[in-house]
Design a protein around this ligand. Sequence first.
Ligand SMILES: O=C(O)CCC(=O)C(=O)O
Ligand SMILES: [Mn+2]
Length: 194
Amino acid sequence: MSSALAAKIDGFAFEPHFLSESEARDLFARLLHDLAWTQPTISLFGVRRPIPRLEAWYGDLDARYSYSGIAHEPLPWTPELAALRDRLRARAGAPFNSVLANLYRDGRDSNGWHSDDERELGPTPTIASLSLGATRRFYIKGKESGERHAFDLSNGSLLLMSGASQQLWRHTVPKEPHVQHARINLTFRTILAA
Ligand SMILES: O=C(O)CCC(=O)C(=O)O
Ligand SMILES: [Mn+2]
């Protein structure tokens, strides 16, 4: 999908080259090595299984967050993540205080249909989603309309979701078995005070 199309979907803005290829590649390598990746287990319809990707949660001390029965205690900001946070605060005009990092080890890893509509994010969250490494397909689907769009989230691209986007749309990163390389996605978020 093109950025021109993204610009027409209310609440979504896509910037394919927020970071240069080389800056994004360098950051990918450092985060892959430096972040404390874990694979939590969640309960879905009474069945406990590990999530189909790795993740790590960083942020301000009081930015606690829970979803799918996982309580996230943030780790303190690393210098790389803090520098990105500052750039994205300026770009998005949002006071991000946390970031959920996802590592898709290859095309067998995925992220199922969901909205980022947890109470801690408030009704109209601004989320800055930065992608590094392998390009993966990101679909959105209207909750009422069933309307569907796809974004190719390439190395260095930035997808901003804001306004009513989480109320009106679900999103997913489906499995793509032919993808052999890893991808890191960083979603910067603002956890509201309890
Ligand atoms: O990997 C992505 O592009 C999306 C990640 C996501 O939806 C999430 O962490 O909530
Ligand atoms: Mn999400």
